[in-house]
Design a protein around this ligand. Structure first.
Ligand SMILES: NC(=O)c1ccc[n+]([C@@H]2O[C@H](COP(=O)([O-])OP(=O)(O)OC[C@H]3O[C@@H](n4cnc5c(N)ncnc54)[C@H](OP(=O)(O)O)[C@@H]3O)[C@@H](O)[C@H]2O)c1
Length: 397
């Protein structure tokens, strides 16, 4: 006899991912999975599907037949109330909302323990790539050295259009939005916030360490200029927005999201368009590489569906690493070689460099290559974001 539970879903959100999930379930008809009711923000919108819609969450939470909540809305605060309400009712919840998860994971882990409810969120980091479940189940904390990757499909799509097709930034962003890769608020993608949220979630499952997003240096691609593209091309490198969490020789962990000037040898150099790529480095196996579609309705919907069907067999994250006694400490005290481009000469003084190895000055812009620390970059992060400057990690190899 099958132990598979019959699931009646209360779905929140019918945008890019919610509508793709609906179509996916109606096309492949997974055994024992049905969508009972859908809650949206605006009932007046035409949906052109045969389904029961509401704009009142109570219609879902008070329906005794609904035994799983799938939350695919674009509002992190509302998402948190829905997920905590579901867990308090002892329901299984599935979410794709990385911003909400990155801000509230410790509370949500505690709430799952307290209520016995289950929360799954594999789609929240890297869309269709099963990064979270793999890190949670397979990679032993002691052997793991780093997890690095292209975690945001939309900014990667934009960078690909810029570097391979020489498209202007604004046009590339518009195309990403039209294709459904971009978040409703593009700053989440291009300024690195979306990748930051994913990195926070990844670090919990990779190393058992939760770090508040505000402690992590984050810088995006929205200030990328022709000068920066020219610099990358001259050095035969490509700029990618990279999130990384890495164990240092002293056992502490550093984390950051920032553009990186990559050499052709790097696995993620060739990760193009809306694809994501994650490189997992460990003591005995050197590097492993996971690659796939990180955004878009159907790829993300497929990861959501995989969480739904896993819950039919009572799958839950065990959070073994976060309960370990040897959770590494977080630090920003790590040296970084960076390329830093600025237009106003005063902006050179924003960052204290330990040393500068290359300097270029012209009437319209200048740059330096130098060594500084993540702590120093984090100290001036808010100012950097307001200025017409761009920076990228520029590792020797
Ligand atoms: N798009 C992707 O590629 C992708 C990838 C991974 C994860 N995600 C995550 O998946 C979630 C959904 O993304 P999306 O791209 O599908 O968003 P979207 O296209 O903007 O759709 C958002 C949906 O949420 C509904 N909504 C907003 N607030 C609501 C509320 N308080 N109650 C009920 N419904 C509400 C909206 O209703 P109306 O239709 O009435 O406006 C809309 O249907 C987000 O957390 C996002 O970060 C997206």
């Amino acid at each position: 006899m099958s132990k598979r539970k019959h699931l009646k879903i209360g779905l929140f959100g019918f945008g890019t991912v919610g509508s793709a999930l609906f179509e996916l379930i109606n096309t492949i008809r997974p055994e024992g999975v049905e969508i009972k009711r859908i809650c949206v923000r605006n009932l007046a919108k035409a949906r052109n599907v045969n389904a029961e819609f509401t704009d009142n969450p109570d219609d879902i939470f008070n329906d005794p037949e609904i035994n799983i909540i799938v939350e695919l809305i674009d509002d992190a605060n509302a998402s948190y109330s829905l997920i905590t309400r579901a867990l308090r009712q002892g329901l299984t919840a599935v979410s794709g909302n990385k911003k909400m998860l990155a801000e509230h994971l410790p509370d949500l882990i505690a709430l799952q323990r307290e209520t016995g409810g289950t929360l799954l969120y594999d789609a929240s980091a890297c869309g269709s790539i099963p990064v979270i479940r793999n890190l949670e189940e397979y990679y032993d904390n002691d052997l793991l050295i780093s997890v690095k990757g292209i975690l945001n499909g939309s900014s990667n799509y934009i960078l690909t259009k810029i570097f391979k097709e020489h498209m202007p930034y604004d046009r590339a962003l518009k195309l990403a939005q039209e294709a459904g890769f971009a978040e409703s608020n593009p700053s989440l993608d291009v300024d690195g916030w979306d990748a930051l949220s994913k990195l926070v979630i990844i670090a919990v499952h990779a190393f058992g360490l939760y770090v508040e997003p505000a402690r992590i240096f984050t810088f995006g691609i929205s200030r990328l200029s022709d000068a920066d593209i020219r610099f990358a091309n001259e050095k035969e490198r490509r700029i990618k927005l990279v999130g990384h969490v890495e164990k240092l020789p002293d056992g502490r962990l550093c984390m950051a999201v920032l553009p990186q000037l990559l050499t052709t040898e790097k696995y993620i150099y060739g990760v193009d368009d809306e694809f994501n790529g994650v490189v997992i480095k460990g003591l005995c196996y050197d590097k492993q590489f996971m690659f796939g579609r990180g955004a878009g309705g159907f790829p993300t919907g497929s990861a959501i569906l995989s969480d739904i069907t896993a819950s039919q067999y009572d799958y839950r994250y065990e959070y073994k690493k976060i309960q370990s006694e040897n959770i590494p400490e977080f630090t920003n005290n790590v040296a970084f070689r960076i390329y830093y481009r600025y237009c106003d000469p005063a902006d050179l003084n924003l960052i204290n460099f330990d040393s500068i190895s290359e300097k270029y000055t012209s009437d319209s812009y200048s740059y330096v290559v130098g060594i500084t620390t993540l702590a120093e970059l984090h100290r001036v992060a808010a100012q950097l974001r307001k200025r017409n400057v761009f920076l990228a990690a520029y590792p020797k190899t």
